[in-house]
Design a protein around this ligand. Structure first.
Ligand code: GLC
Length: 454
């Protein structure tokens, strides 16, 4: 028994590390299609102003703290312990539903921490590829409302998560996986499973595929119609698409979803076209500024969900990333995985609060800003106030690097003055040979900082 547990733990740690290998490609940059509906455009612009959000992965995979869903998928980059057959492993994984009993579930804590971090919108996993619904679906029994947490009055966790974040003023988003590895309409056990796609050939069983499309449609409708206002529908699993022979009928889904949620932003990620209202580079930042809506999704640790031994990114690293993302015209959604008990753990809280403290003092250089043509020089990233009255320079400073005594740059030169944003103090500057040089005050912490340029 002990041996099995050790092997399982080892393989768990390995799989968690492997999560990184499975990243979604971004759609080709030149193929963004602006939505035409005015209310969608409107919401999209509102969303672009928010800049910083939280992406919460929470599900049965949180119980042992392993990679979300992927360990049951038969692809070459995945290994499992050899003491269990694939079928035994899958039974164990799906059976985690009977152990997932998050007694300390506290979405108000999540929302409070996210607000303290300076985040303005949220996305929550309503259903990941493993098919376990984190809401009260009536299309399947495989839901949190019908397993270990079923007797808890808060069993319909999606409702409570949206309520808690809604109360704290967040824009609300729902992550939903198009592929469903628990459904016999997608992974039909009659055929062996060889990877992320349907087990059966769709051209031979078109009726089965149609049933899956209807099932997906109805599940999305449950979320869109039963949980109050929702702003973003974030659809994962880009291999489920017409181009790949898995036409899920997006026009029908989109029309239904927007009937329930006027102006809804739809992110059919990696599927270029009218339903990818913003693009989602994963774990990366695009090389250059992009003039259409996009969002980098990056986890605070190496993993999307909770894992037992996370490798955290430092607050400075997140701030640096945010500065670069915003200067390039994007948003950052930071991944945080609540614990199996239902809380955001202290190590994450501490880091998120430190990010928020920086944003409290320097948020004017981030929120509601727009791109400026010269957006980068050295380790300075530039943004601009919407009315054009001022620009901001954010110095990204890697951990353990000291602050320089002076900063100097040659674009976005001040006409009047330069201020340290965190204190409002005007800093002495000189301009010579097309470069401005600013002397920084003594005693500032070695951390990223922002300047206001007028
Ligand atoms: C990747 C992972 C998926 C995760 C998503 C979050 O697509 O495969 O598991 O939910 O990233 O961005």
């Amino acid at each position: 028994m002990n041996r099995i547990i050790t092997i399982l733990l080892l393989c768990t740690a390995w799989l968690a590390g492997m999560a990184q290998n499975n990243v979604h490609e971004q759609s080709p940059a030149d193929q963004y299609q602006w939505p035409t509906e005015p209310d969608v455009l409107n919401k999209l612009h509102q969303w672009q102003d928010l800049k910083f959000g939280i992406l919460l992965h929470w599900g049965i995979y949180s119980v042992p703290g392993i990679v979300e869903s992927w360990s049951i998928c038969n692809e070459s980059w995945i290994t499992r312990d050899t003491t269990r057959t694939y079928e035994q492993y899958k039974d164990w994984y799906f059976g985690l539903a009977d152990e997932f009993n998050p007694k300390s579930f506290d979405p108000t804590q999540w929302a409070t921490v996210a607000r303290q971090a300076g985040m303005k919108y949220m996305i929550f996993t309503t259903k990941h590829h493993d098919g376990f619904c984190m809401y009260d679906s009536h299309e399947t029994d495989y839901t949190i409302t019908r397993h270990a947490f079923k007797d808890d009055p808060r069993r319909d966790v999606l409702r409570h998560v949206l309520k808690a974040f809604g109360q704290q003023g967040f824009m609300l988003g729902t992550y939903f996986s198009k592929p469903d590895w628990h459904s016999q309409l997608y992974w039909w056990d009659v055929y062996p499973n060889r990877g992320r796609n349907t087990t059966y050939p769709i051209d031979r069983y078109p009726w089965r595929w149609e049933q899956f499309c209807q099932f997906t449609y109805r599940q999305i409708e449950e979320i869109m119609s039963g949980y109050g206002p929702i702003d973003i529908l974030w659809l994962d699993g880009g291999w489920v698409c017409a181009e790949n022979g898995q036409d899920i009928h997006m026009p029908l889904i989109a029309q239904m979803a927007r009937n329930h949620q006027p102006g809804l932003i739809i992110v059919d990620r990696t599927i270029r076209g009218p339903y990818e209202n913003y693009q989602t580079p994963e774990r990366t930042i695009p090389d250059t500024q992009l003039n259409y809506p996009w969002e980098s999704c990056i986890p605070l640790s190496d993993d999307w969900g909770w894992v037992p031994r996370p490798r955290w990114k430092s607050p400075a690293r997140v701030v640096n990333t945010l500065a670069e993302v915003v200067a390039k015209g994007g948003n950052l959604v930071l991944g945080v995985g609540p614990t199996p008990e239902g809380l955001i753990q202290p190590e994450a809280v501490e880091r998120l609060q430190a990010i928020g403290q920086w944003l409290d003092r320097n948020g004017r250089a981030i929120y509601g800003t727009v791109c400026t043509t010269h957006y980068h020089e050295g380790n300075l990233w530039f943004t601009a106030a919407r009315d054009g009255s001022r620009r901001y320079a954010i110095l990204t400073l890697p951990d353990d690097e000291p602050l320089p005594d002076t900063l100097s740059w040659s674009v976005n030169l001040p006409a009047k003055r330069v201020r340290l944003l965190s204190t409002g103090k005007t800093l002495k500057h000189t301009i010579a040979d097309g470069r401005v040089t600013v002397r920084l005050p003594q005693g500032l912490p070695a951390a990223p900082l922002a300047l206001e340029i007028e």
